[in-house]
Design a protein around this ligand. Structure first.
Ligand SMILES: NC(=O)C1=CN([C@@H]2O[C@H](COP(=O)(O)OP(=O)(O)OC[C@H]3O[C@@H](n4cnc5c(N)ncnc54)[C@H](OP(=O)(O)O)[C@@H]3O)[C@@H](O)[C@H]2O)C=CC1
Length: 265
């Protein structure tokens, strides 16, 4: 995600390569990224990165947060803006460990094409100017939407996991078309891909809502209306089950991450 975010900010012209310092545990990965974007600075460690930066994005897996905060806690200052991109590490737990202003922004792979939402949550130390700075930065690559941290899991499901969920649904959709009606799979996939792009535009730029688009396409007694009825009946509680699973996993992850996190204090 760190790489995706850097490349999105560069693509959008929000930052120049000279503005960016990176550090990665496996140094070769940082070198590869810097080689692709000459001008990016490679820091030798997390401490030096912080000493050279105003805004710091932590893009490691949840269980690595403790290590990164250990690395930086002596050098990070109250004026630094530290942004976490992970759901199960709570803002208040980071604030307890470092004196910086802390925010959480959960991006989505859709941000790599400068689309989709970024979920924004503010810690207690950000001023209104800091909030504007953060929104301005992420507006270059996404539609930043402020959410309550208590809803981070379900919001991430909808904004960040959903590209994968939707691709599975669309894959099944195309495969079934091929199985039942004999259309070549590649043709079915191309039709579905183009349709999804069009639906995205209709919902974001075309003035349609989820409901009004269904109404617009489905005429009473027509095949779309019958298709909607089949979907309505057969989908049952599948999405409720999905969200129960992610909520349950989030609770377990929170407990696990918090245990690991406080082992570092
Ligand atoms: N994947 C997604 O779509 C999304 C992910 N996220 C969040 O982003 C975070 C990262 O996920 P993702 O990019 O998929 O994970 P990856 O494992 O692909 O990337 C994590 C990177 O962090 C590096 N790293 C680990 N420990 C340290 C350390 N102590 N100091 C410096 N670098 C370190 C790893 O280096 P090494 O090469 O040595 O392993 C690796 O390159 C997660 O917390 C996830 O929840 C948020 C939104 C969407």
């Amino acid at each position: 995600m760190g790489q995706i975010l850097i490349e999105a900010f560069l693509k959008a012209g929000a930052l120049g390569t000279d503005d960016i310092f990176i550090y990665n545990r496996t140094h070769a990965k940082a070198r590869q990224l810097a080689a692709r974007h000459p001008g990016i600075h490679i820091a030798p460690n997390n401490r030096t990165l912080v000493e050279n930066s105003e805004i710091i994005l932590i893009c490691v897996k949840p269980l690595e947060y403790g290590n990164v905060l250990d690395d930086i806690q002596d050098v990070v200052q109250p004026e630094h803006l530290v942004i976490s991109i992970t759901s199960p590490v709570l803002i208040r737990d980071i604030e307890e460990r470092i004196p910086a202003k802390v925010a959480k922004v959960v991006p989505s792979i859709t941000n790599s094409v400068l689309c989709g939402a970024a979920l924004v949550m503010f810690g207690s130390r950000l001023t209104s100017d800091d909030r504007k700075t953060l929104f301005r930065l992420f507006r270059h690559i996404s539609r930043p939407i402020e959410i309550n941290e208590a809803h981070v899991r379900v919001s991430s499901d909808l904004a960040s996991c959903a590209p994968a969920f939707l691709c599975l649904l669309m894959q099944r959709f195309a495969e079934s078309a091929s199985d039942v009606a004999g259309i070549p799979r590649e043709t079915a996939v191309s039709l579905v891909n183009e349709m999804i792009l069009g639906v995205g535009k209709l919902l974001t730029e075309g003035g349609f809502s989820l409901e009004s688009l269904q109404e617009r396409v489905a005429v009473p007694g027509g095949v779309t209306r019958d298709g909607l009825n089949v979907l309505d009946q057969e989908l049952g509680t599948v999405f409720q089950q999905l969200f129960h699973m992610t909520q349950h996993k989030h609770e377990k992850d929170l407990q696990h991450v918090q245990r690991m996190f406080y082992e570092h204090t």
